[in-house]
Design a protein around this ligand. Sequence first.
Ligand SMILES: [Ca+2]
Ligand SMILES: [Ca+2]
Ligand SMILES: [Ca+2]
Ligand SMILES: [Ca+2]
Length: 492
Amino acid sequence: MRSRHLFGLLLSTLSLVAVSSMGIGCGDDPGGTAGSGAQGGSGGAGGNGGSGGGGPDADGNTSCDTAEVLDLLGMDVPSKLDPVASDRDYYKVELTKGQAIYLGATSKPEEDPYNETYPDTVITLFSADGKTQIAQNDDMSGSNDSELLYLVPESGTYCLEVSECGTVFGPDFCAPAENITNVDYNVSVFELNPDAPLITVDGEPNETPAQSTTVKTVSFPNGGPISGYQSIGWGTFSAVSDKDVYEFTVAGDFPVDPGSRALCIFDFWAPAGPDGSGSTATNGVLVSVADASAPNVVLARTDMTVLDVSFGYPELPSLTMPCGKGKSYLITLARPDGITGGANDFYFFSHVQAGSNLVETEPNDSAAQGLELTPTEDMTGRVTAITGDLAAGDVDTFVVPVPEGMGLASAYCTAERSGSGLRGLQVSLLDGNDQFLKNGSGAEGQDHALWIDGALITAGATQVKMQVKTDSQDPSNTGTYYYCSLSLAPLE
Ligand SMILES: [Ca+2]
Ligand SMILES: [Ca+2]
Ligand SMILES: [Ca+2]
Ligand SMILES: [Ca+2]
């Protein structure tokens, strides 16, 4: 499973905001205690395997009743899934109402996050008695490892299960367990520090722009693949009528390449429900952005609960909008009329301020005016990314050269799925003679991004042209932006 969202990248910095273990004496080190217990158990499991399998797990943590106790400083506690095709390990942890909790189980090597010789972990959060499933995660963004962010609704004991993909979902949905040769994993449970510099927490009352909660941002701690600012935040809808208004100001000193522009991104964490984040806000979470000086003019808006399942797994929309350095904006989260609130309607978001891909330049309406793009080499062939705006009646045309050996052209585009007011985004791929490529057209809808999957490039063509246009503009959303990537690949 793969996600285009940035959250995985951001979560790699979450350990920086864990409530620190400093001040705990050496003798109280919970990681060491849990680790040695797990390792002691694994020897026994090996013996059971040799005797024909099916025996009880020697871990001893085979149910919520016998779960190993973790405390909230449990970061990277080592354990094993053994036998990997059937073991389920259980952990229990005391949580306090209002805490924001990270839960994770990691096994894959960092440099090879889909390596099938390691367990593909799945974590499931249960009530203390193990009878009620609260939340579940198979894969984090960019890896087969698993993680959850959970906002605790009631103080009490919670039970976490760690197991292998095939054990939970069956062999049809997972890589074969017999390929797994390394059964080690680390389990982590820690609290996110609400006072950390990059954390933003819903501060009630924040119903109006004047009451808005300020989004705290920090420069990326260690650089990383994107240079810019970020925040991680969370909040709850205390009632279905609760509005959460945040104000964010765009930093002035992050890099934006020539020909690009500043972007402000809000990504939301995981589909709601017991198979997802555990939030009960499973439908109708409207997110909209306005200039702080014109709070009633919507610049971008999305319903974060409208999922795109066309790639076989649920993908959340993003809110990714052009923004101005030094300017202040309001972002409002609210429920639409007619929604019934749940018992734990929470949300997590990540916020990023960074530079965009290349921005189109007009005029580019006709095929002859098409803006020539320089593809960037990548592992799958050649990929070009572009962003632009569509005014009423506008067409944007881009041209990429076709290198020797390339036979297929694919395009992935979003506008509405990124919070833009453009509706019915349409893309067509043409050859250098302006002939449409077979299966080379696509359109975006509220519940699906635009995806053209491997249109056949005309034999001998030296160019592929991409035409972008739209059906209409949402009258209540002034955003006119879109994002496209065009990739070329060899014929298989
Ligand atoms: Ca997984
Ligand atoms: Ca709230
Ligand atoms: Ca509020
Ligand atoms: Ca144009």
